[in-house]
Design a protein around this ligand. Structure first.
Ligand SMILES: [Zn+2]
Length: 390
C-alpha cells in the first residue's frame, strides 16, 4: 500500500522501493481466448500475481520492464502430458530449461512414477522447479516380482495409491494407466477395471493412454467418467478414436458429451497427421494440446509445446482454439490453482510471450511424415510466478 500511495503523490522520479510493481510487460497484444481478451495493453505484476492490465503502465512504475512489442502476451502454457520425474525409466526431463525456452509454465507428469515415489516427486521435482509441476500417479510400481500373479500384484497397490494421492492433493491429480495390448498384453482389461475401481473408491480422475487393441475403444470409453482424460487422441493405432471409415466412433462422442477430456499427447509414436486430419474433418477438436515430452522425443519430433501447437494450427485450428487448448482448458483440468491459465488481475503471473513467425517450416509427426507449414508459434519469453525464466 505504501508503494502505491507514493506513486500517486510523487512528482520526482520514483526510487526503486517506491515503485508499485515488480515487473511490467509493455506493448504486447494480450490474448486470452478463455476471457475473450484480445487487445493491446500493458500488464503489471506484483508479488507473483497479475496486478493490473491497462492501456499504458509506465516502465518507471516497476522495478523491471519487458518490451513485448510484436508478441502475443498469453497465459503461460500448460502441458497436461509430460514426463519430468527422474525415475528408473530414465524418461524424465528437467522442466525448467524447456519451460524457459518454450513458454510452458505448468507441467503435468503423466505417470512416470508410482505411489512409492510420490515423496521423491515432491522433493526433487515439484519443489525445486521454477515452473509448476503436478502429476498423475502410475497405477502400479514397475519392479514386479516375476513369481507373483500380475493382477494380484497390481490390485495390491490400490489402497496405497489412492491414499497417497489423497494425502498429496496439492500436487497429485489422479491415476495414470496405459491401456493397450502393447503395454499390458492380455492384462489390459484387468488393469482398466482395477484403475476404474481405484478411482471410483478414492474419487480420483483417471488419465488413460490408448494405443493398440485389444481392448476395443468402446470398452475403454465405457470406463471413462466426467473429468477423466483420454490421451493420445490423434494416434493412428488400432485402439483409437476413429472407425474403419475414418469417422469418430459413437462411443468417443458419447464420452465427450459426458465430460471426458480428449488430449493430444503427441509423444514418440502417438501423433499422426492423417489421423488428426480425419478427426478434425469430423469435427473432433482436442480439449487439450499436450506434448507427452520425454528424453526420446525432446529433440524431435516433439521438441516443445509451441511445436505441437503449430501442428494443430497447421491442421486448421484457429490461434484462439490452439491457445485455449494450451492454457485455460488444461488449467481447469488440473483444477488446483485459482485463475491459472488466465490473464486477469489476481491471476498467477504465469505468462508466455509468443510470436507467430511466417516462412516455410517443416513439421514431422510420429511416423516421420513431413509437411511444410507457413506459420509457426515461437516463444519470445517466459514468466512464471512473476519471474522471467531463462
Ligand atoms: Zn506419456
Amino acid at each position: 500500500m505504501l508503494r502505491r500511495t507514493l506513486l500517486a503523490t510523487a512528482s520526482a522520479p520514483l526510487l526503486a522501493w517506491q515503485r508499485p510493481y515488480d515487473l511490467v510487460v509493455k506493448g504486447g497484444q494480450l490474448r486470452d481466448p478463455g476471457r475473450k481478451l484480445n487487445r493491446r495493453a500493458d500488464i503489471a505484476i506484483r508479488d507473483a500475481r497479475i496486478a493490473a492490465i491497462e492501456d499504458d503502465i509506465p516502465a518507471a512504475a516497476a522495478l523491471q520492464s519487458i518490451d513485448a512489442k510484436g508478441a502475443m502476451v498469453t497465459p503461460g502454457l500448460v502441458d497436461l502430458h509430460t514426463h519430468c520425474y527422474f525415475g528408473a525409466s530414465g524418461l524424465g526431463i528437467d522442466p525448467d530449461p524447456v519451460g524457459a525456452r518454450s513458454g510452458c509454465t505448468t507441467w503435468v507428469d503423466a505417470g512416470t512414477f508410482s505411489y512409492d515415489q510420490a515423496g521423491g516427486f515432491r522433493r526433487f521435482v515439484t519443489e525445486p522447479s521454477k515452473v509448476r509441476v503436478f502429476g498423475y500417479v502410475y497405477l502400479y510400481p514397475s519392479n514386479r516380482n516375476p513369481d507373483m500373479d500380475v493382477v494380484k500384484y497390481v490390485r495390491g497397490f490400490m489402497k496405497a495409491t489412492g491414499d497417497t494421492i489423497n494425502a498429496n492433493r496439492d500436487i497429485l491429480l489422479g491415476v495414470k494407466v496405459q491401456i493397450g495390448s502393447n503395454m499390458q498384453g492380455r492384462y489390459s482389461a484387468d488393469f482398466l477395471k482395477i484403475a476404474r475401481e481405484l478411482c471410483d473408491e478414492h474419487r480420483l480422475p483417471l488419465m488413460c493412454h490408448i494405443s493398440f487393441a485389444p481392448p476395443e475403444t468402446d470398452q475403454v470409453m465405457e470406463a471413462m467418467r466426467p473429468g477423466d482424460v483420454v490421451t493420445h487422441m490423434y494416434s493412428r493405432h488400432s485402439l483409437g478414436i476413429l472407425d474403419a471409415a475414418g469417422k469418430v466412433k459413437a462411443s468417443v462422442r458419447e464420452a465427450r458429451k459426458r465430460g471426458v477430456i480428449f488430449d493430444v499427447g503427441h509423444g514418440l509414436g502417438s501423433f499422426n497427421f492423417e489421423a488428426a486430419k480425419k478427426a478434425l474433418d469430423d469435427g473432433f477438436l482436442p480439449d487439450t494440446i499436450s506434448t507427452d515430452i520425454y528424453n526420446l522425443n525432446l529433440n524431435g519430433p516433439v521438441f516443445d509445446m509451441p511445436t505441437t501447437m503449430t501442428k494443430m494450427l497447421h491442421l486448421g485450428l484457429s490461434i484462439d482454439e490452439v491457445l485455449l487448448a494450451s492454457t485455460g482448458t488444461p488449467a481447469r483440468v488440473i483444477n488446483r490453482v485459482p485463475l491459472l491459465g488466465t490473464l486477469q488481475p489476481g491471476a498467477p503471473a504465469d505468462i508466455a510471450l509468443l510470436r507467430i513467425e511466417e516462412g516455410s517450416f517443416p513439421l514431422i509427426d510420429s511416423q516421420k511424415n513431413t509437411v511444410q507449414t507457413r506459420r509457426r508459434f515461437v516463444c519470445a519469453g517466459t514468466i512464471c510466478k512473476g519471474v522471467r525464466l531463462g
